[in-house]
Design a protein around this ligand. Structure first.
Ligand SMILES: NC(=O)c1ccc[n+]([C@@H]2O[C@H](COP(=O)([O-])OP(=O)(O)OC[C@H]3O[C@@H](n4cnc5c(N)ncnc54)[C@H](O)[C@@H]3O)[C@@H](O)[C@H]2O)c1
Length: 245
């Protein structure tokens, strides 16, 4: 029996990086997975790859900043698999830009995806979980939800927002058996990190390497499964020691 045997999991940003690695581990732990991503080509290719391994998986193209599309994701998930037990609320974007040169439109776009989108997905998750009797939501924030850094004001503000959104939702729905926690990664080797920055970011990390998406997935399985049954409103920071400095 897997740790997520027969559970239905929705994973946003499921076509790439941390979301894709988590989809693989969820499936190996027995889950049925709904992959959600803006990138249809990557999402469909990954769906086919997982289906060839006999996984119960469905790709749904959606932009998490669209209320209508997020509502459709959950409608499709329930129509296909019956309910939703786990939501890995993980899609996000990140850009580095000095604040004095930051256009308001770019600020809005970052906060729209990294905070508003997380709210929209969490709200639909909660609506479904209230009907089915509970579940586990894991929001992807960042170590930059806990500490600051130069040149990432919008991203860091949004991720700090996700950390406190997580606490607030956890308190609001604790009695309804809905647990809400956050994953706070350090620098992880995924396509979100430009190739030319990788060496510098590894050098900034006490363990002197980037993290692997698979190392994030293990923390997500812990928060998704009954292994963390008394944990809610909290974060797991997996950052090779960065925030200990
Ligand atoms: N890699 C890191 O160093 C790092 C560090 C801290 C936090 N994070 C967070 O982890 C999460 C996953 O990032 P990743 O590293 O796997 O990057 P990634 O770029 O490999 O994956 C992100 C996925 O999200 C999708 N996406 C982006 N905007 C979307 C939208 N509006 N609607 C639907 N899908 C959308 C992308 O198409 C992509 O497939 C993000 O929230 C990111 O901020 C990453």
């Amino acid at each position: 029996m897997g740790k997520l045997q027969d559970k239905v999991a929705v994973i946003t940003g499921g076509a790439s990086g941390i979301g894709a690695a988590t989809a693989r581990l969820f499936i190996s732990e027995g889950a049925k997975v709904v992959l959600v991503d803006l990138n249809e080509e990557k999402g469909k290719a990954f769906e086919e790859e997982l289906k060839a391994l006999n996984a119960e998986v469905l790709f749904v193209k959606a932009n998490i900043t669209s209320e209508e599309e997020v509502i459709n994701v959950f409608k499709t998930a329930v129509e296909t698999f019956g309910n939703v037990d786990v939501v890995f609320n993980n899609a996000g974007i990140g850009r580095v830009h000095p604040t004095h040169d930051l256009e308001y439109s770019e600020w809005r776009n970052t906060v729209n995806v990294d905070l508003d989108g997380v709210f929209l997905v969490a709200r639909e998750a909660i609506r479904e979980m209230l009907k089915s009797g509970g579940g586990s939501i894991i929001n992807t924030a960042s170590m930059y939800g806990w500490v600051g850094s130069p040149g990432s004001a919008a991203y860091n503000a949004a991720k700090g927002g996700v950390v406190n959104l997580t606490r607030s939702l956890a308190l609001e729905y604790a009695e309804q058996n809905i647990r809400v926690n956050a994953l706070c990664p350090g620098f992880i080797d995924t396509p979100i990190i430009p190739e030319e920055s990788k060496q510098t970011l590894a050098a900034m990390t006490p363990m002197k390497r980037l993290g692997k998406a698979e190392e994030m997935a293990k923390a997500v399985v812990f928060m998704a499964s009954d292994d963390s049954s008394f944990m809610t409103g909290n974060s797991i920071i997996v950052d090779g020691g960065y925030t200990a400095q």
